[in-house]
Design a binder for this molecule. Structure first.
Ligand code: NDP
Ligand code: HEM
Length: 480
């Protein structure tokens, strides 16, 4: 064997003499149980898969940098925003929502836009989409909604009937459905999409004053999308077009960039808006809440190992840092629970100690043991409980947020009562030119193929309430 090649070993480090022939009783005989190398290879192969994400299973990712271009210190004390020129390393994972891990990339679907910023005060994850709104506003409906996007239990096929049944009974979905069925619902790749934090979050400044905030990442590459007909041809040739596009662009030094903006709303303004500013089916109009530039995000490094760095990446809206906080958005509140729970199931108890998820700052906590505990004790092994008199890590009240006044009785409030689900989709519809409107009608009609009349009529009535031309346009393409 050549001197340069390392000797193959077992995972326990023992050299392996033969990696071609299993041990048998005689040249044609059965195999020996003592051939541990054979057993080890088969056993490891059986464990190569982990559960795929229950949503957003198909994904593409890369590493990069956020560079601050405008000082927003008046709004947030977060160190990642501290001063023009400040750089923070980050990871992005993009995804489709409904398809499984092997799904084709060029499908009409919302794109996930998940960002992890490795700040000096912990990881900040912004787990957004390429749309500023969502299909539902109460997380109670999330599992039901996702079931309509996944496979029917009997046919094992996706069901247009289930989708339109749910949407037509949920008028709050109109805004997002209109985006999904518009040109931007089928992007050519992820370099050519915007990203939105979507939820309302809060920012806290050095004086501990709170404002509400929305995060936007606008593509510097411009928008590019395919029509349904184009996508059919694309998928016929390759199911991996987004992976090819992102990986090859970065490999060739053509680094995609996004401009980061925020919209800011004061607590007083939030009490005045005609819509609930914590409702995920609503945007904040730019005319009332203009975009404020923050920085530039650039993706410039491909992962070395897709599984280790992208499949095992764990993004969670619960990961905020001092200077960035939550809001009363009910969807956000549920997501604060859901993601870490999914990560413990999908990746294991110590998923945050995996290199891709590990913060780039020291961590000091009192969680103990569990499967695959591999990290060392804190420097002081006597301090394994809290409070202690061994100088173990302790809380620091300087990081406390100001109290948030709340009111009202605990109850289940009807989130559809008195809610205007039509004005904002109307503003979007009116933004589309004639060609865009025509493609919207055609995309919806195509997606309704095979759906029972009663459901179609219920949905058309909703489109008509958005805009008479919207309902009439879809009706015409359907030949009704
Ligand atoms: P503006 O005219 O100021 O902004 C329109 C926004 O719509 C831009 O951000 C634009 O993104 C985006 N847009 C254009 N075409 C599409 C599409 N097919 N799908 C999704 N987004 C699109 O208007 P307003 O702020 O007053 O909002 C009007 C409507 O625009 C809203 O009801 C909402 O539907 C939509 N919108 C609003 C956003 C907001 O945060 N206010 C964000 C995104 C959409 P770009 O600049 O990249 O072209
Ligand atoms: C992934 C739950 C709404 C964006 C996931 C995962 C779960 C989940 C369990 C898989 C996580 C994993 O295994 O790592 C929920 C719940 C929601 C909700 C309960 C509502 C109550 C949203 C919304 C957005 C969003 C509103 C965007 C604004 C994403 C993205 C991913 C994801 C981008 C993929 C993250 C990655 O790349 O790893 N969601 N979700 N989700 N979700 Fe949600």
């Amino acid at each position: 064997m050549s001197k340069q090649r390392p000797t193959l070993t077992t995972t326990a480090g023992a050299p392996i003499a033969d990696n071609q022939n299993s041990q048998s009783a005689g040249p044609r005989g059965p195999l020996l149980l003592q051939d541990y190398q054979l057993l080890e290879k088969l056993a490891h192969q059986n464990r190569e898969r982990i559960p795929e994400r229950t949503v957003h299973a198909k994904g593409w990712g890369a590493f990069g940098t956020l560079t601050i271009t405008q000082d927003i210190g008046r709004y947030s004390r977060a160190k990642l925003f501290a001063g023009v020129g400040k750089q923070t390393p980050m990871l992005a994972r993009f995804s489709t929502v409904a398809g499984e891990q092997g799904a084709a990339d060029a499908e009409r679907d919302v794109r996930g836009f998940a960002l992890k910023f490795y700040t000096e005060e912990g990881n900040w994850d912004l787990v957004g989409n390429n749309t500023p709104v969502f299909f539902i506003r109460d997380p109670y409906k999330f599992p039901d909604f996702i079931h309509t996007q996944k496979r029917h239990p009997r046919t094992n096929l996706r069901s247009a009937t289930a989708m339109w049944d749910f949407w037509s009974l949920s008028p709050e979905s109109l805004h997002q459905v209109t985006m999904l069925m518009s040109d931007r619902g089928l992007p050519t790749d992820v370099r050519h999409i915007n990203g939105y934090g979507s939820h309302t979050f809060s920012l806290l400044n050095a004086d501990n004053e709170r404002v509400w905030v929305k995060f936007h990442f606008k593509t510097q590459q411009g928008h590019q999308h395919w029509t349904n007909a184009e996508a059919e041809l694309v998928v016929g040739k390759s199911r991996e077009t987004t992976q090819e596009d992102l990986f090859n662009s970065i490999e060739q030094g053509d680094f995609p960039k996004w401009t980061m903006y925020i919209q800011v709303m004061t607590e007083a303004q939030a009490r005045q808006t005609p819509y609930n500013p914590f409702d995920l089916t609503k945007v904040w109009p730019h005319g009332d809440f203009p975009l404020i530039e923050v920085g530039v995000m650039e993706l410039n490094r491909n992962p070395e190992n897709y599984f280790a760095e992208i499949e095992q990446a764990a993004f969670s809206p619960s990961n905020v840092v001092p200077g960035i906080g939550f809001s009363p958005d009910k969807m956000l509140q549920a997501r604060i629970f859901s993601y870490a729970d999914a990560h413990r199931y999908r990746l294991g108890t110590h998923y945050e100690a995996l290199p891709v998820n590990q913060p780039h700052c020291p961590v000091h906590h009192y969680h103990k043991d569990g499967p695959m505990r591999f990290f060392a004790n804190n420097p002081n092994p006597d301090a394994y409980y809290e409070p202690n008199s061994c100088n173990g890590p302790a809380q620091d009240p300087r990081y406390a947020e100001p109290p948030l006044p709340l009111d009202g009785d605990a109850d289940r409030y009807d989130h559809r009562e008195g809610n205007d689900d039509f004005s904002q989709p109307r503003a979007l519809f009116e933004l589309f030119d004639h060609g865009q409107q025509g493609r919207l009608f055609a995309n919806i009609a195509a997606a309704m193929d095979g759906v029972p009349d009663e459901i179609v009529e219920r949905q058309l009535a909703l489109f008509e309430r958005v805009h008479p031309d919207y309902g009439a346009g879809v009706r015409k393409v359907l030949g009704k």
